[in-house]
Design a binder for this molecule. Structure first.
Ligand SMILES: Cc1ncc(COP(=O)(O)O)c(C=O)c1O
Length: 472
């Protein structure tokens, strides 16, 4: 394809995209294809000669689109949303066109300096103190890995990268069992090991770490000759939004000299609203915090905001400076690839800049507040249904419930059948999770396109599917 043909196709793609987003609510939310169906429709061998764009586009619509689960659907109530708001999509289009690699300052000074500016906007937006500096990582998993590597190096006085872990007392990291699996992976990859990820018991309706238990486990480890390295807290964990008591846990970690990382991948975006900030009170004591604007804030995937109190520790852990990555004659510049595991970096700051300027913080706040309000309203309605039991209360816009009709024998199997039937129906999309070893159904509102009616449709669908299950 020549650039001379690009404009026509770009207009077609833009029109298609607008029509898709305006009508996505008419489609079933979850892809309704069977395993292997898309693969089977694709030629096994690559074409030897180039094909016309018309044909490629036709196949895109006919082969690929039926196999898409519509994450931008207004009734996508599963997982956590990955919103892509229009200004952010436009920015990504431009980024695709100019396609810079923002690995170091000189490879696109605007990439670096815009990132510094928008990350400081975000810091202010969620009211983190000025001592925090931000970097955009590709994912919360990467941010957590970078934090765990820094935690390891701090504990080993920055000798782990050179000397390895062999022959040293095991390092220990403390977290609850509610944390996301990215924490397990960070423990594996950092060489700390899954066995040294200590699961602290939880207590209370927020399912947060029990501070007394944490204190005791650290003491036991020290007595056994193990080396505590850090604590990983969750604020709004994936399953049902578990949230650790940040102030109390931070006080213990600080007294013990431990590095702290807070995973607020989903809920962190909500902190642009002052009324939600008490849920992470104490956050200013953290060493490292991550949240994903690519989830609830409307920035296209991928865009993960990672804030650290001491960037010099992160850089000391991850920076590697061969001659070809040096910028001579420019002091005080930031090379963000030294703050992250990959070297190459997409120009992610542009979509945040477009997004925040286009909506303004007030516009974004209104969207998130509505999600929470409507989710709570749905929760209140479901709580009145005779065959529904609320299992966990709303944490922001997330709660869980079970279908518990009189006389039902295997409730786990019944609730799985209910989720499957709901998703086969296609009007809404929900997922299941486990709470205290029970299978529960999870509801979460967070799509930028959702309305109160969309959220409330969940009640009708649940009633209808429950009726069908009880009759058949
Ligand atoms: C609490 C939490 N942490 C981390 C992650 C991982 O995020 P990412 O896909 O950006 O690595 C998720 C994903 O949903 C999450 O819910």
């Amino acid at each position: 394809m020549e650039w001379s043909e690009f404009g026509d196709w770009a207009h077609r793609v833009a029109d298609w995209s607008q029509a898709y987003r305006e009508t996505v609510g008419d489609r079933p939310v979850r892809a309704q294809v069977r395993p292997g169906e898309v693969l089977g429709a694709l030629p096994a061998a690559p074409p030897e000669s180039g094909e016309p764009m018309d044909r490629i586009f036709e196949d895109f619509e006919q082969v690929i689109m039926p196999g898409i689960t519509h994450w931008q659907h207004p009734r996508f109530f599963a997982y956590f949303n990955a919103n892509a708001a229009p200004p952010s999509v436009l920015a990504e289009f431009l980024v695709s066109a100019i396609a810079p690699n923002c690995m170091i300052w000189q490879t696109s000074p605007a990439g670096t300096e815009l990132e510094t500016r928008v990350m400081d906007w975000l810091r202010q937006a969620v009211a983190l103190p000025e001592e925090f500096s931000g970097v955009i990582q590709d994912s919360a998993s990467t941010a957590t890995l970078a934090a765990v590597l820094t935690m390891r190096e701090r504990a080993l006085e920055f000798t782990g990268n050179s000397e390895g872990l062999f022959g040293r007392p095991p390092l220990r990291i403390y977290c609850s069992a509610e944390v996301h699996t990215s924490i397990d992976r960070a423990a594996w990859i950092s060489g700390i090991g899954a066995q040294n990820l200590v699961r602290v018991p939880i207590k209370g309706p927020s399912r947060g770490m029990d501070p007394d238990a944490l204190r005791e486990m650290i003491a036991q480890d020290r007595a056994a000759g193990l080396q505590p390295a850090g604590v990983i807290l969750c604020v709004g964990a994936t399953g049902v939004g578990a949230t650790d008591p940040v102030t109390e846990i931070m006080a213990i970690a600080r007294a013990e000299g431990l590095y702290t990382h807070v995973d607020a991948a989903w809920s962190g975006s909500a902190m642009i609203c002052p009324e939600f900030r008490p849920m992470w009170a104490g956050i200013e004591q953290a060493d490292s915090v991550v949240f994903n604007p690519h989830k609830w804030l409307g920035a296209n995937f991928d865009c993960s905001a990672h804030f650290v109190r001491a960037p010099e520790d992160l850089v000391r852990t991850l920076a590697i400076r061969p001659e070809y990555l040096k910028t001579h004659g420019a002091d005080g510049i930031i090379n963000y690839s030294e703050w992250s595991v990959p070297l190459g970096r997409r120009f992610r700051a542009l979509k945040l800049w477009f997004l925040i300027r286009s909506y303004g913080l007030d516009g974004l706040r209104e969207i998130l507040r509505n999600h929470v309000r409507w989710a709570v309203a749905l929760h209140d309605r479901l709580a009145q249904e005779p065959d529904i039991e609320i299992v966990t209360p709303p944490m922001w816009s997330l709660f869980s419930f079970r279908y518990v009709p009189d006389g039902a024998a295997d409730l786990d199997a019944l609730n799985q059948r209910m989720v499957d039937a709901i998703n086969d129906d296609g009007r809404i999309y929900l997922t299941q999770t486990r709470v205290d070893d029970q299978l529960v159904i999870r509801f979460q509102a967070g799509s930028f396109g959702t309305t109160e009616d969309d959220v409330m449709m969940t009640l009708d669908v649940i009633r209808e599917i429950a009726h069908a299950l009880s009759n058949g």
